[in-house]
Design a binder for this molecule. Structure first.
Ligand SMILES: *Cc1c(COP(=O)(O)O)cnc(C)c1O
Length: 374
């Protein structure tokens, strides 16, 4: 940790930017050299901090960024990031001017939006790159694959729009091999039909992290990893050795000896079985540490694994450390390594009955991010 004080409460997350760079390399080694990489940095780079993460990835030669909204893209532009940015989420008609002001690439799935965009581009006499999103089975955003030919033909006649990209998204790449192959087939068939009509689109993309790992034929000309860049593994791919980027740490702020039969925290859902040492940690669900981890979450103190005792409060939680002697100020690791022990986001997600994405995205602003290895 940095020597200077980053917050008065000793709870922080360490973001290892070298691990991020290494993970990008692992991805790159699985691709053809010509395949482009769009780094998905939505939701504050999955809670890792969009600006430092994007800066590092620019330094590592990433080609593109993907964000959820115009607001997220503006954060990157204000930081001086010049790379192309694809806004993956849908854009309201009234926000078209912002796309031009900030040089952003919209996702387009309707002719109505395309015409409004074309009209505005015409008024500025400025062409704009767009990516068309096709729904091949996710039923979230996109033109239905059966209607895609018609939409794309119509859009290709709009002079101020340049169809730079065409993409789709997998609904369950982590679970259903056959369905994902079916989505890839539908997408391939569309590309084939378009090429027969002489419509060539340079950037064709479909694969998120699991897609690019598990389906070689899903790479097309660009891939869109998020999860694995942050060192988190899609289910069933734990063997791949992506490096965790985020560690979550705090320090013991209170220690007490309590007798057998002491109820701990709200509702006394944990009662001590013998006289024991209870420590208090300054982190809770108000920080995004899930309350679902009450009596389940693991904490490393003095190189040992302990389970959180009782309900997690908004700002604090307690841990029964038995007869281990723990002093105030002792470091406690909630995600990451201490000595020979480690706790992964994947493990916590399983304990909380959620997915790794939600664990990291939920970590709040109250937790300062400390960046290592710029
Ligand atoms: C979030 C997202 C991704 C990245 O997914 P990961 O599973 O994190 O790799 C890719 N594409 C789209 C459209 C997304 O919304």
């Amino acid at each position: 940790m940095n020597k200077k004080i980053i917050s008065y409460r000793p709870t922080w997350a360490e973001i290892d930017l070298k691990a991020l760079a290494d993970n990008l390399d692992i991805v790159r080694r699985r691709l053809n050299p010509s395949t482009k990489i769009l780094a998905t940095v939505k939701a504050d780079a999955y809670g890792h901090g969009i600006v430092p993460v994007a800066r590092k990835l620019v330094g590592c030669g990433v080609d593109y960024f993907g964000v959820a909204s115009i607001d997220e893209a503006i954060i990157l532009r204000k930081d001086g990031i010049k790379k192309p940015i694809l806004v993956l989420g849908l854009i309201l008609n009234q926000n078209i001017p912002a796309l031009f002001k900030w040089q952003l690439i919209p996702t387009v799935c309707t002719i109505d939006f395309a015409r409004k965009l074309n009209k505005y581009a015409n008024s500025l006499k400025r062409k704009i790159n767009i990516h068309i999103k096709v729904d091949t089975g996710m039923a979230r955003l996109g033109v239905d694959y059966r209607d895609a030919d018609e939409l794309i033909c119509k859009i290709s006649c709009l002079p101020w729009l340049n169809i730079e990209g065409l993409f789709t998204h997998f609904a369950f790449a982590d679970m259903d091999w056959e369905f994902t192959q079916h989505q890839i087939d539908l997408f391939n068939n569309l590309i084939l039909r378009l090429s027969k009509k002489n419509i060539q689109i340079p950037l064709i993309h479909a694969a998120n992290s699991i897609g690019l790992l598990a389906y070689r034929n899903s790479h097309f000309t660009m891939v869109r990893p998020g999860l694995v860049l942050y060192g988190l593994h899609p289910q069933g791919h734990m063997g791949l050795r992506f490096k965790p980027v985020l560690a979550l740490k705090t320090k013991v702020i209170f220690v007490k000896r309590v007798p057998k039969g002491t109820g701990i925290s709200y509702g006394h859902t944990y009662v001590t079985k013998q006289a024991t040492n209870i420590v208090t940690l300054p982190i809770g669900y108000g920080d995004g540490y899930p309350r679902a981890l009450s009596n389940k979450g693991i904490v490393l103190i003095k190189g040992k694994r302990f389970t959180i005792s009782g309900r997690i409060c908004m700002d604090q939680c307690m841990v029964d450390v038995g007869n281990t002697k723990v002093k105030i100020g002792e470091e406690a690791v909630l995600i990451g390594k201490q000595g020979k022990q480690s706790i992964t986001v994947e493990e916590l997600a399983q304990l909380a009955k959620t997915i790794p994405y939600e664990i990291v995205c939920s970590l709040g602003n109250r937790i300062p991010r400390v960046y290592l290895n710029f």
